[in-house]
Write a protein that binds this ligand. Structure first.
Ligand SMILES: CCN(CC)CCN(C[C@]12C[C@](c3ccc(C(F)(F)F)cc3)(C1)C2)C(=O)Cn1c(SCc2ccc(F)cc2)nc(=O)c2c1C=CC2
Length: 396
């Protein structure tokens, strides 16, 4: 129904000129394959349904593991509270032809997965981006899966739409295990998965046939010659922010990056030998950051005018993922899913600053430069740099 509460707890629609579709793509019957949710400008498909926000119950089980809850409790809680939430994008809607769109690769955070940053991805798609939100198989996601090869002995009737899904759950840190070591290995795999996703989209753009092991009726051939292969960026939240930095240093075709509340621990020390040449925007929340984390960002940005940092006042770490929109006031504040700032205001600041930064560094011909002041930390609820007090700089 359209009761007021439902509208209140909804993931915001894209505000740009395009309707948005979304569809899932998985290649290879192996953990080494690519798995991504594509958000894209679509024709105004009225008869398509909105996509399910969290498509399998195993994601609830993975979230319970991640949040140290009993699965039997977590699964029912999530099913009850968010089981019917859809994301405001039309499932498998026809791709909007006629324009070459810049490409954005999105990397999720620790314990997250590909579908829960839909407010950001849908806004970017509505503004004319093709967005590939990858699902990482480094065991940092709450849950993910790959489709096992159909064994020859199995009945081969076409009707068997049920895929044999092999689930991989969140890997907790083992006692005595060095977190830096595990996270550094994971961030390298995550960067490779972003580069693999980039190559996959470019392959599709060139008109090459790609096998989607998921049963979807989306016509991937409609993406032929629709991606602007010279305008590609990478974006991510928290662990995904570290993945942005690693991906930029490994892949020059990523022309710039946006790190949302980056978690710098996984970033190896070698990165500070100026191996990130591309422009990079750090968009930080007020409450998540701490001195050591900020100092690593500053070390990376050492007097490089192409590296910018802004902080959104009143925001928290969870102001970027979708839970900030679907949780009620009480739960939202208890779990720190909402800050003092209204969640919609916070995501608008983040998205507008991102669009302005992307226009500047991908030389887009849009009107996103209207938000240039935000990238300089000028505007309501935003400050340049950080609110964190840093120790006085070491004398040179
Ligand atoms: C439990 C102890 N600890 C395990 C390591 C988790 C501690 N934790 C804070 C949490 C995530 C929290 C959360 C989410 C979601 C609900 C829900 F109820 F709304 F679903 C509740 C409560 C619990 C806030 C984080 O890890 C924060 N964080 C995240 S959170 C990304 C995420 C994951 C799942 C989501 F559903 C939404 C967002 N991504 C990162 O890359 C990094 C960090 C920290 C450093 C690097």
């Amino acid at each position: 129904g359209s009761s007021s509460t439902e509208k209140f707890y909804r993931i915001p629609k894209g505000k740009g000129p395009h309707s948005v579709g979304c569809t899932d793509l998985m290649t290879e019957n192996a953990v080494e394959g690519s798995f991504l949710r594509l958000y894209y400008p679509s024709c105004n498909a009225t008869d398509n349904e909105e996509a399910p926000w969290i498509p399998d119950k195993e994601y609830y089980q993975g979230l319970s593991d991640f949040l140290n809850m009993y699965r039997v409790v977590g699964e029912r809680l999530f099913q009850y509270y968010v089981g019917s939430v859809t994301c405001p994008a039309k499932s498998n809607a026809a791709f909007k032809l006629g324009e070459k769109y810049p490409l954005l690769i999105f990397s999720h955070g620790l314990g997250a997965f590909r579908t829960i940053y839909s407010a950001i991805c849908i806004e970017m798609a509505s503004q004319g981006f093709v967005v590939a939100a990858v699902e990482h198989r480094d065991e940092s996601a709450s849950a993910t899966y790959y489709c096992k090869k159909k064994s020859l002995s199995e009945p081969r009737e076409e009707s068997t739409s049920s895929l044999e899904k092999e689930w991989i759950y969140y890997r907790k840190l083992k006692t005595g295990e060095e977190e830096r070591c595990l996270r550094h290995k994971q961030v390298q795999q995550r960067a490779q998965e972003c580069i693999k996703a980039l190559n996959l989209i470019l392959k599709i753009n060139s008109g090459e046939e790609v096998t989607n092991v998921l049963n979807s009726n989306f016509d991937w051939n409609s993406l032929k010659d629709s991606v602007d292969t010279s305008r590609i960026a990478v974006m991510g939240h928290s662990f995904g922010g570290a993945t942005v930095i690693e991906s930029l240093s490994k892949e020059i075709r990523f022309r710039c990056g946006i790190a949302l509340d980056a978690w710098m621990l996984p970033v190896g020390d070698d990165i500070y030998q100026n191996s990130v040449q591309q422009p990079l925007l750090f968009i930080n929340s007020e409450k998540f950051q701490w001195a050591d984390n900020i100092l690593k960002m500053k070390k990376l940005s050492s007097n490089d005018t192409n590296k910018k940092m802004i902080t959104i006042k009143g925001s928290v770490h969870q102001s970027f993922p979708d839970f900030t929109f679907v949780s009620g006031g009480l739960i939202g504040r208890f779990f720190k899913l909402k800050g003092e700032i209204d969640p919609n205001e916070a995501i608008d600041i983040s998205n507008h600053a991102s669009l302005a930064f992307l226009q500047k560094h991908l030389s887009l011909k849009k009107d996103f430069d209207q938000w240039d002041s935000l990238v300089d930390g000028i505007g309501p609820n935003v400050i340049p740099g950080t609110n964190i007090d840093l120790p006085p700089a070491e004398p040179e």
